[in-house]
Design a protein around this ligand. Structure first.
Ligand SMILES: [Zn+2]
Length: 176
């Protein structure tokens, strides 16, 4: 998406909202070069998407199911409903813009996690716990370590995972 002011192609999405009954998506962007803000409208061509479940069964992609899962993961995190809707829009657009028309529930789950990771750590771990079918505390610890390692590699900083950042007990996370 080219910046109308300086033609730079790198921009950051500040806000996105679907319009016209989700036929198009309105995005508020900020140019990474000149910091000007601009709005884009992107048409979405909705082609049915097939989800391949863990047991091998196929069903058509169900947006409301995805929405419900994310709402549950975001409970009491302070993330607004509007923000959640916009996340679901982004995820759906990602799927729609892919050349593939079939996704495993695994691929969709990982995509959701990619978005939740940027949004909220609690929501991320909750979603991971359900979708990756956590069996016990070991799985939580592994996911937290993953989160930490990804943080370190991405920001390349010496940020350490402070003890106080860790959940005191896994109970709230298990309370789905
Ligand atoms: Zn620009």
């Amino acid at each position: 998406m080219q910046c109308p002011y300086c033609q730079n192609t790198e921009s950051r999405v500040l806000e996105s909202r679907s319009t016209e009954g989700r036929q198009s998506i309105r995005r508020r962007r900020e140019c990474l070069n000149c910091k000007h803000r601009f709005t884009t409208y992107e048409r979405i061509e909705f082609v049915p998407i097939t989800v391949i479940k863990r047991d091998g069964k196929r069903e058509s992609f169900d947006r409301s199911k995805l929405l419900r899962g994310i709402i549950r993961a975001c409970e009491k995190t302070g993330i607004s409903y509007q923000r959640i809707e916009s996340l679901v829009d982004e995820i759906e657009v990602q799927l729609q813009q892919n050349f593939e028309r079939e996704f495993t529930s695994n691929e969709i789950g990982e995509l959701v996690l990619k978005y939740l990771r940027k949004e909220n750590e609690v929501a991320y771990v909750r979603f991971a716990s359900v979708y990756r079918k956590f069996q016990g505390i070991k799985d939580f610890v592994e996911t937290l370590h993953q989160l930490q390692n990804e943080d370190n590699t991405e920001t390349n900083s010496s940020k350490t995972w402070k003890k106080s950042n860790q959940p005191e007990s896994p109970t709230p996370v298990l309370d789905f």
